[in-house]
Design a protein around this ligand. Structure first.
Ligand SMILES: NC(=O)C1=CN([C@@H]2O[C@H](COP(=O)(O)OP(=O)(O)OC[C@H]3O[C@@H](n4cnc5c(N)ncnc54)[C@H](OP(=O)(O)O)[C@@H]3O)[C@@H](O)[C@H]2O)C=CC1
Ligand SMILES: O=C1CO[C@H](CO)[C@@H](O)[C@@H]1O
Length: 317
């Protein structure tokens, strides 16, 4: 089935332009959120092994398929290979675990979550006695070759990257038999990612915008941090259109051609975040929002500086 409101990927598949994020969605609430989202019209769910709730996301999906509300092929499900599974011999098992948790026999999109590998083992966040994350020396281009094998094996339809900078994408492209379909990166008015967007566009790689609302619930948020949805400049634009700040932030990405994945577990907010297809931001408002860029990252992972593949430590974009 052709998805409505979708972008075409470089492999011909369609990816719905708006999806539901699930990071931090509690186990007891996320199945309901997924069911509500599907009822509202979402056809794209963004998941990850490290969110530790894929089992419950899968329950929500399974219920809606059993109820006949959707067929499997109507839904676009993304998941991500966590950093402790970069070693090529671990990639397939990690993907199979995600498939089992989600109760699916294929995933539409599987991403390398970060270019940075962590020490392999049972811990998602392996740490030494000082609490410092233990890195692995696996090169993500070796991981990528194994991601390609998942496509060949029919476990995933499309593969892509997340949190890769331009130089890292270039390295992947230098070995790739399959061009990454997307690069999922933080993207919102404080971090518009214009240069990375232009580069990815030139390679036919779609940008998926994460934390589009400014990730107010990120675990490391501190009092006094900027709150994107409360920015008076965004609120003024929202008021002009009779929309919420969230609706402006979501619509902004859609008009740029970026896939966007706001997270919510609240039915009213899930619905209002989807109610963005009946209006258009003017060109001058789009330009004004572009101008709010301040290189502001809500997910900088500065505690991982020193990792040889940290995407944000040394590269401009
Ligand atoms: N690849 C990667 O490394 C990353 C990927 N992601 C993906 O992107 C998704 C979205 O990013 P995320 O960081 O979660 O943050 P978002 O920018 O989507 O913000 C989510 C937060 O905003 C609240 N919210 C949602 N809608 C509204 C609304 N209309 N009005 C007011 N508050 C609202 C939510 O609360 P409530 O649930 O109570 O509504 C939640 O606390 C993630 O869930 C994940 O799937 C995110 C970070 C990193
Ligand atoms: O997607 C994400 C959210 O959760 C992870 C950590 O818990 C982040 O590293 C990651 O970017």
């Amino acid at each position: 089935m052709a998805f409505v409101k979708s972008v075409k990927l470089n492999n011909g598949y369609e990816m719905p332009i708006l999806g539901l994020g699930t990071w931090g969605s509690p186990k007891g609430e996320v199945a309901q959120a997924v069911k509500d989202a599907i009822d509202i019209g979402y056809r794209h769910i963004d998941c990850a092994h490290v969110y530790e709730n894929e089992h419950e996301v899968g329950e929500g999906i399974e219920t809606k398929i059993k109820e006949g509300v959707i067929k499997r092929e109507d839904l676009f499900v993304t998941s991500k290979l966590w950093n402790t599974f970069h070693r090529p011999d671990l990639v397939r098992g990690a993907c199979e675990t995600t498939l089992k948790n989600l109760k699916l026999d294929y995933i539409d999109m599987y991403l390398i979550h970060w270019p940075m590998g962590f020490k392999e083992g049972a811990e998602l966040f392996p740490a030494d006695e000082n609490g410092k994350t233990v890195f692995s020396d696996v090169d993500y281009i070796d991981t990528w070759k194994e991601m390609e094998n998942l496509v060949k094996a029919g476990l995933v339809k499309s593969i892509g990257l997340s949190n890769f900078n331009k130089r890292q994408i270039e390295r992947v492209l230098s070995v790739a038999a399959i061009t990454p379909a997307t690069n999922q990166v933080e993207c919102h008015p404080y971090l518009t990612q214009k240069k990375l967007m232009d580069y990815c566009k030139s390679k036919n790689i779609v940008i998926t915008a994460y934390s589009p609302l400014g990730s107010p619930n990120r675990p490391w948020a501190k009092a006094g941090d900027p709150v994107l949805m409360e920015d008076p400049k965004i609120l003024a634009i929202a008021e002009k259109y009779g929309k919420t700040a969230a609706q402006v932030l979501i619509r902004y990405q859609i008009q740029r051609g970026n896939v966007v994945i706001p997270k919510s577990v609240n039915k009213n907010r899930i619905a209002s975040n989807f109610d963005v297809f009946n209006y258009k931001l003017s060109e001058s408002d789009m330009e004004a929002i572009d101008g709010f860029d301040c290189k502001g990252r809500f997910v900088p992972l500065t505690h991982l500086y020193g990792h040889p593949h940290h995407p944000f430590e040394n590269d401009e974009y």
